[in-house]
Each structure stands twice: as structure tokens, then as C-alpha cells.
Design a protein around this ligand. Structure first.
Ligand SMILES: C[S@@+](CC[C@H](N)C(=O)[O-])C[C@H]1O[C@@H](n2cnc3c(N)ncnc32)[C@H](O)[C@@H]1O
Length: 231
């Protein structure tokens, strides 16, 4: 690939990770992605076993689909979704009110500096957010700090090693008005998935942050990787 393409990819990746971009463009992402990765939220919901009256944190909650799905399944548990974009938090709060779910709340916070004391959550979850963190190790270490001993983390991310044909199928289900399919494929291939993590990288990063054991989970419904790990 030419040097100029590398420069464009670097620039677009920085935009991809900018809080302001999530404030402005978050609703476009939120509307389009949910149906494509609903199966992933569902597999997290099926696998998450919680003690009575558990407290759960979601990092980079976006519009809050996962927290609200989990909150509706676990009425005696309390969910907190954080996101560094104020507008994403507003969208999540609006969606929560529409769905009349009261055991969940959303607040603005950066996963790199969580405003919670140590060991207060029974579990933490995160989908599609870690690739945006400026310091993933610090974010994972913060998550470990706020999880209770024995508590678990489930974290999923776009698969950097997803094959082209799988991504082409994904693009077909992800139309954006006025954006040609070829351009969308290029963006997903090089900027979204291409600058993400492989399964090995996600598992290694989780282990390096002190989680043990770290187990890999298959994601049959979309080109994501997922690990489940314990403090
Ligand atoms: C790809 S979206 C995923 C949203 C949601 N988890 C979902 O499944 O729809 C990534 C989210 O991570 C948030 N984010 C990125 N960096 C963050 C950080 N350092 N701290 C907290 N949230 C962050 C973004 O604002 C965005 O809402």
C-alpha cells in the first residue's frame, strides 16, 4: 500500500477514536449496527451468570443496547453504562426511558479514569469499544481495579483478522446512504477492522492487565472476537 494511503488510514483512525466524532456521528452508528451484532449481545447475555443483586459495568456503552438487554433480563441487578461521549450518554438515557428500564443508568466517563472505588462491580462488559481507547492496557487495568475478586470481564471487538469475503458480506448488511459499497468496504477493511485487534491480541492484552484465566469465546453471528476473563 502507498505511503499516502497509510497517511489517510492514520488520519481516519484518529477521527474514528475522537470523542467529538462519537458525539456527532454516534446516532448513525447506533441505528445501523444493532441488527448486525444483536446475536453477539445475545450470546453475552446467555453466558453472563450473575450473583443476586449484582452490580455490572459496561465500558463504552454507546446507546446502551447491551446494558438494557442485560438489565431487562436481571431485574434485581444494577447496571451502569459509561461512555466518554456526552451525546452517546444522552442517547442511551433517552432509549432507557423509552424502554422504561429503571435498574440501569448511564454516565459520562472515560474508561481510562473510572470514577468508581476499587472492587465494586461483580462483572464488566464491553463491545466494540477497546479499539478506540488511547491506552487499552490502562483501560483494562481500570476495569480490573473496579471488578471484585472473582468477578468476570466479557469483552468483544471487531476482528482485525476477519477475511475479506466475510467483511464483504458484513458491508452488504451495513448500507449507508450515498456511500458506495466499495468505499464502505475499504473503510471497514483498513480503518475499522484493520486497526482493531485479533483474538490473540485481545486475549494477550486482557492477560497482561492481570486477568486470569482468559478464555476465548467464538462469535458465530458476526466478525468479532470475544474473551471472557476473571479477576
Ligand atoms: C463502536 S461504539 C460501541 C458502542 C456500544 N458498545 C455498542 O455495542 O453499540 C464505541 C463506543 O465507545 C465509546 N468510547 C470510545 N473510547 C472511549 C473511552 N476511552 N472511554 C469510554 N468510552 C469510549 C465511544 O464513544 C462509542 O460510544
Amino acid at each position: 500500500m502507498k505511503d499516502s494511503s497509510h497517511g489517510v488510514i492514520r488520519l481516519l483512525t484518529r477521527l474514528r477514536d475522537a470523542r467529538l466524532v462519537w458525539d456527532v456521528m454516534g446516532s448513525l452508528y447506533n441505528q445501523r449496527i444493532y441488527p448486525l451484532i444483536a446475536g453477539l449481545y445475545e450470546s453475552i447475555a446467555e453466558e453472563l451468570v450473575l450473583p443476586d443483586r449484582a452490580r455490572i459495568l459496561e465500558a463504552g456503552a454507546g446507546r446502551g443496547y447491551l446494558s438494557l438487554l442485560l438489565a431487562s433480563r436481571h431485574p434485581d441487578a444494577r447496571f451502569t453504562g459509561i461512555d466518554f461521549s456526552r451525546m452517546q450518554v444522552c442517547r442511551a438515557e433517552r432509549y432507557r426511558r423509552q424502554r422504561k428500564i429503571f435498574n440501569c443508568s448511564f454516565q459520562q466517563s472515560n474508561v481510562l479514569r473510572l470514577p468508581f472505588p476499587e472492587a465494586v462491580f461483580d462483572a464488566a462488559v464491553s463491545v466494540g469499544s477497546i479499539k478506540h481507547w488511547s491506552d487499552p492496557h490502562r483501560g483494562l487495568t481500570e476495569l480490573r481495579r473496579v471488578i471484585k475478586p472473582g468477578g468476570c470481564l466479557m469483552i468483544a471487538e471487531t476482528d482485525r483478522e476477519a477475511p475479506d469475503d466475510v467483511l464483504r458480506q458484513f458491508v452488504k448488511r451495513f448500507p449507508i446512504p450515498l456511500v458506495p459499497e466499495g468505499l464502505l468496504f475499504w473503510g471497514l477493511r483498513h480503518v475499522v477492522f484493520g486497526q482493531s485487534l485479533s483474538e490473540d491480541e485481545l486475549a494477550d492484552a486482557t492477560g497482561r492487565a492481570g486477568f486470569h484465566p482468559v478464555e476465548r469465546r467464538p462469535v458465530p453471528t458476526c466478525p468479532y472476537v470475544m474473551v471472557k476473563a476473571w479477576k
